[in-house]
Design a protein around this ligand. Structure first.
Ligand code: VGL
Ligand code: ZN
Length: 202
C-alpha cells in the first residue's frame, strides 16, 4: 500500500474566475491539479461548505466590509464575501477538476459561528474535522497538498498536517493565493519554517 495521499483543497466555483471569492490565477492551476490527481493512488478533497449567514461573511454583520478584520471569541477573523454556501453552484467543485477518484470529501466551515481554513482543525483551533484520524487509520504518512487558496486553506492545512506528524509537501504551482496584506509571503515563510516541503508539481 502506498503511504502517500494527495489533498486537493477547495477547488470550488466560488474560488475560481467569476466566483464570489475568486482567487487570482485559480483557473490556470486546474490542469496541474488534474495532473497531480492522475499521479496519486489516493486522493482526498476538501470542500468549503458554509451555511447561509455564516459568521465569516461580511454580509452577516452590520456595516462590515469584506476583507476587513473582526474580533471573534476565538481571536481575529477575516470577514469574507459570502461564498461556498451549502447547496449553491458556487460551492460545487469546478467542473474541469477530475474529482471522480477522490476517496473522501472533507467538508469544513459548516459550524455557523466558526470559520475553518484548515482541513484538520477549525479556526477556534480546537474543533476537529476528523481528517487526522481518517488519514492515520488508513496508514498515510506523507501528504502532498494543492488547491486554493495557498495562503489560507492550503497553508493552514499544511501547518496542521505537520503538527499532526505527517511529512508534508505543498505543490506550489498547483496552488493560487489570495495575497491579502502580504499573506502569501508570510504563509510561505511559516510553512518553510514548519518543515513543509515547498515543491513543484509540473
Ligand atoms: C478560503 C477564505 C475563506 C480558502 C476559504 O479556501 O482558502 N479562504 N474560506
Ligand atoms: Zn470559506
Amino acid at each position: 500500500m502506498s503511504s502517500e495521499a494527495l489533498i486537493v483543497v477547495d477547488m470550488q466555483n466560488d474560488f475560481c474566475d467569476g466566483g464570489a471569492l475568486a482567487v487570482p490565477g485559480a483557473n490556470a492551476i486546474v490542469p496541474l491539479v488534474n495532473r497531480l490527481i492522475g499521479r496519486f493512488d489516493h486522493v482526498v478533497l476538501t470542500q468549503d461548505w458554509h451555511p447561509g449567514g455564516h459568521a465569516s461573511f461580511a454580509t452577516s454583520w452590520p456595516d462590515a466590509q469584506p476583507f476587513s478584520a473582526a474580533s471573534f471569541s476565538y481571536g481575529p477573523q477575516t470577514l469574507w464575501p459570502a461564498h461556498c454556501v451549502q447547496g449553491t453552484p458556487g460551492a460545487e467543485f469546478h467542473a474541469d477538476v477530475n474529482v471522480i477518484k477522490a476517496e473522501l470529501i472533507v467538508r469544513k466551515g459548516f459550524h455557523a459561528g466558526i470559520d475553518s481554513y484548515s482541513a484538520f482543525r477549525e479556526n477556534d483551533r480546537i474543533t476537529r474535522t476528523g481528517l487526522d484520524g481518517y488519514l492515520k487509520e488508513r496508514g498515510f504518512t506523507r501528504l502532498v497538498i494543492c488547491g486554493l487558496a495557498l495562503d489560507y486553506c492550503v497553508a493552514w492545512s499544511a501547518l496542521d498536517a505537520r503538527h499532526a506528524g505527517f511529512d508534508v509537501a505543498v505543490a506550489v504551482d498547483g496552488t493560487a493565493a489570495i495575497d491579502l496584506d502580504g499573506s502569501r509571503e508570510k504563509m510561505l515563510a511559516e510553512m518553510r519554517q514548519a518543515g513543509v516541503e515547498l515543491g513543484v508539481a509540473a
